[in-house]
Design a binder for this molecule. Structure first.
Ligand SMILES: *[C@@H]1O[C@H](CO)[C@@H](O)[C@H](O)[C@H]1NC(C)=O
Length: 465
């Protein structure tokens, strides 16, 4: 097979054609039930939203310090991004284009990959189920009082309607079940004692329901102009030239989208199969940083601080979280059992990023633009650190009995990817529930998703009423 491959300058074999074929057919084979411990690549920290959970903070132990002694967890509300998934249909189409580009004319046609069948688009893979089961096990150990077996019937789980999210929710619940029934085979979703997984796109895919976001950002050809400008800017051109030389193809046959999918090919093989694709060797760290920035730019303008509506559209979800906590506080004050000790919500990176932006996290002093790549090298907004696969944001509500004052207290801690997330303003690692509500008063009281999301066109008709 190698005989048919191109020769690289310096005598090494450009395996690009073989690589592309291997990549495409390997994805089609699916994954073994429990993949072996995955390979690593120095490019891993730069995969943005395609980052594996364990690569988001390499070397860091996920062992959050919870409040002890006087405080006991009363409720947790978790927002969880789906686990590792297959490429989307659009990415598959680009992978094909890339494969055609590096394939020799006389090479045999590739077999139709399995993931090109209808419905495979973006599906959760076995590795993604494993992400969820493991997360469930760790959270059950961390919060035995909330995710314990005796609470199983009171657990609330809801999900975006996308199959990768529903499948993530089911895998998470199976992980919990396994935690509570070690050694027993996990039953099907219907036979676990947990309640059904509710579908709620209004909460988990609020962006699809926000008219203003859809017209001004999602469906607006110029809203992401910084992303488009960066694709043709000097940093990207440099990467194009280098990759064209490595693959020995004319630079005119490449573009930023193809380069990006080649980079993702490396990330997909690492994340899905746990193997290092030869595509990983096409890029060096400098290239990876540029491609990471391209990905972050898009997230920034489409899901975060770029436009106010990106985050404002999530305020319904934010308020819903506080409604759960309000209810738990009220029940506790009346000495009633908390009706939902754990609320698990399965969504997308696009669910988490707007919410974290609404709360003021990972905001850099200057916006990310097409022209300040160098100035932003040390930015806070790095989507691979914030929303890798299986990323999770957890609100932990505690009930504290303070010996010094007779008053009982409710406190809140936030965990992002199982690490304590200090409060956006004070950097405190915990705060009184009342103070948190005060801090976010404007969002809790002054943001009404339906009004925020009205597009100007709708506004003008309401003026006439
Ligand atoms: C599209 O985005 C551009 C850039 O932000 C903005 O100026 C324009 O008003 C937007 N168009 C619509 C229809 O919202």
């Amino acid at each position: 097979m190698l005989r048919s491959a191109r020769r690289l300058p310096g005598g090494s074999v450009a395996r690009a054609a073989v690589v592309a074929a291997a990549l495409l057919s390997s994805l089609s084979r699916g994954s073994p039930p429990e993949p072996p411990e995955p390979a690593a690549s120095p490019l891993s920290p730069y995969f943005g939203t395609k980052t594996r959970y364990e690569d988001a903070e390499p070397g860091l132990r996920r062992d959050p310090r919870l409040l002890g002694e006087a405080c006991r967890p009363l409720q947790l509300v978790a927002l969880i991004r789906h686990g590792t998934r297959l490429p989307t249909a659009r990415q598959v189409a680009r992978l094909r284009q890339l494969q055609a580009l590096v394939r020799r004319p006389d090479a045999e046609p590739e077999p139709e990959p399995e993931w090109s069948r209808p419905g495979a688009d973006g599906q959760l893979v076995e590795r993604g189920r494993q992400d969820m089961r493991r997360l469930a096990g760790r959270l059950a150990r961390l919060f035995p009082a909330l995710l314990g077996r005796r609470h199983a019937g009171r657990l609330r789980a809801l999900s975006s309607s996308k199959p990768r999210c529903v499948d993530s929710g089911v895998a998470f619940l199976q992980g919990l079940w396994r935690h509570h029934h070690p050694g027993e085979p996990a039953p099907g979703p219907a036979d676990m004692e947990y309640g059904p997984l509710e579908i709620n796109d209004k909460l988990m895919r609020f962006f699809d329901h926000c008219e203003k976001f859809l017209t001004e950002v999602e469906g607006n050809a110029t809203a992401l102009h910084h992303v488009e400008a960066f694709k043709t800017g000097p940093e990207m051109q440099n990467v194009l030239n280098k990759v064209a030389a490595t693959l020995q193809v004319p630079v005119s046959s490449l573009n930023a989208d193809l380069i990006q999918v080649a980079f993702f090919a490396c990330s997909f093989d690492l994340a899905i199969r746990g193997v290092k694709s030869p595509w990983c060797d096409v890029f060096d760290i400098e290239d990876a940083k540029v491609l990471e920035y391209l990905n972050d730019l898009k997230q920034y303008w489409k899901r975060a601080y770029g436009y106010a509506i990106n985050s404002r559209s999530s305020c319904g979800l934010f308020q819903d979280i506080f409604r759960h906590m309000d209810k738990a506080v009220e029940q506790k004050q009346r000495s009633q059992p908390v009706s939902s000790p754990a609320i698990l919500q399965f969504g997308h990176a696009e669910t988490l990023l707007p919410l974290l932006s609404l709360m003021g996290y990972f905001k850099d002093k200057e916006p990310l633009t097409a022209h300040n790549y160098k100035e932003q090298l040390h930015r806070k907004f790095r989507s691979g650190r914030i929303v890798p696969y299986a990323s999770n944001l957890i609100f932990v509500l505690y009930h504290c009995e303070n010996a010094r004052t007779p008053r009982e207290e409710f406190q809140v801690q936030l965990l992002l990817n199982e690490k304590v997330l200090p409060l956006a303003r004070s950097q405190d690692t915990v705060c009184l529930y009342e103070d948190l509500k005060e801090h976010y008063k404007d969002i809790l009281q002054g943001c009404h998703a339906t009004e925020e999301c009205e597009s100007p066109r709708l506004n003008s008709t309401s003026d006439e009423l």
